[in-house]
Design a protein around this ligand. Sequence first.
Ligand code: SAM
Length: 420
Amino acid sequence: MALYTVDRLRDVRRGIRSRGVVGALKAAARRGGRPIIARAARLRGAWADAAPSTSPAAHRYHQQGRLAADKRRWAAAAKTYQRAVDLDPSKAGWHHDLGRAQAKLKNWEGAVLAYQAAIARNPRSAAYHYRLGRALEAVSDWDRAASAYRRADRLAQESEQPVPRDVAARLTLPRRVELSVIEKPAYAYCLLRASKQAQQLGIRRISAVEFGVAGGNGLLALERHAERIEEAFGVSVDVYGFDTGAGLFEPEDIRDLPYFFAGGNYRMDVDALRRRLTRAHLVLGDAGETFGETLRSGMAPIGMMSFDMDFYSATTAVLRHLGDNVAEGTFLPRPKLYFDDVVGKSGQDYNEFTGELLAIAEFNESNASTKIARDRTFATYPRQLGWHQCIYTLHRFDHPAYATFIGSGTPTSLGLRDTR
Ligand SMILES: C[S@@+](CC[C@H](N)C(=O)[O-])C[C@H]1O[C@@H](n2cnc3c(N)ncnc32)[C@H](O)[C@@H]1O
């Protein structure tokens, strides 16, 4: 993506001579050189830091802090770094060093203040934002931690900065899902849980399905998640997207919420999407039919499904393929389901008598050994978000592996503790 061509860099440098730094950066931005701008702005921060301090005493304190940090004497390091920034508060890197020492001492409030001071002086360092996120997590300030991580990700992507190793070790894929610091977190959650379930049951390949693709942003995100999750769990993922290819059909009756969804909306640019897809099978037509055909042609057990077709009629037509009488090898025992249209903005007025909620209720009424139930994991999550209410599990009680033990308890777990 980034075009760090020698020509482009020369261009920027020449521009700096004639227009000054800001003018040259603006000109490069107009010519589409965003990565260069990001990198140059970051370098500008680094140059300011590299300039000698106007206070030799501050410089000495910072050096002493470094020596103490090298020996992992964090209290001494924090004390002398603090003296350095008190005498010369202009250096972003010094505040960051102070933050690192405070974090090592688990003085997280101190670390937050120091990282914020670093960011105020150099807002374009991804590492500063990542570490601020880590410190905010430690003080349970989840929302601000999540936004610090998101900002860090953006900067890291724009100017190719790595995630610091200490942060990467903590900001794992499951943690990103818990904090919702990942694109399409609901898809990541469902796929993560499905892959884990497959791994625990010794199943090596699963399918992940999106019903309702529209432009394709969700399907592309699902492909990217599959890539990362396959690596983490060693379970291969086949990705499928089902769509009419021509947007919504006309609503059949009031159960399709015609006051909110109109025929022809969400059309797909099929060629453009096919060019972007790297692995997903894109199946065009009425999903009620094409899904049945695809199942008959053979799919790996389905581990997750996203329902985003807006209509009661379309959702019901697909759910018919999920009921009691389906061959059990078709699914994992507890596939994860995401229903996009059960929580909405004002005006959508989702309810149990129309739309996806009605389709779910009717499915549960007409099936005895297969039920769709809300996933109740999320009360334990640090942040409570709308997408949590859209996640369900398809319980296939008659599945031969439904009762297979995958818990972590042992006979001695939770034994009586000796508290005398
Ligand atoms: C809201 S959009 C999907 C958005 C997409 N999931 C995303 O994340 O960007 C709804 C899609 O459902 C598709 N759809 C509706 N009824 C369908 C049906 N019976 N069969 C296949 N696709 C259908 C429409 O073509 C439309 O593209």
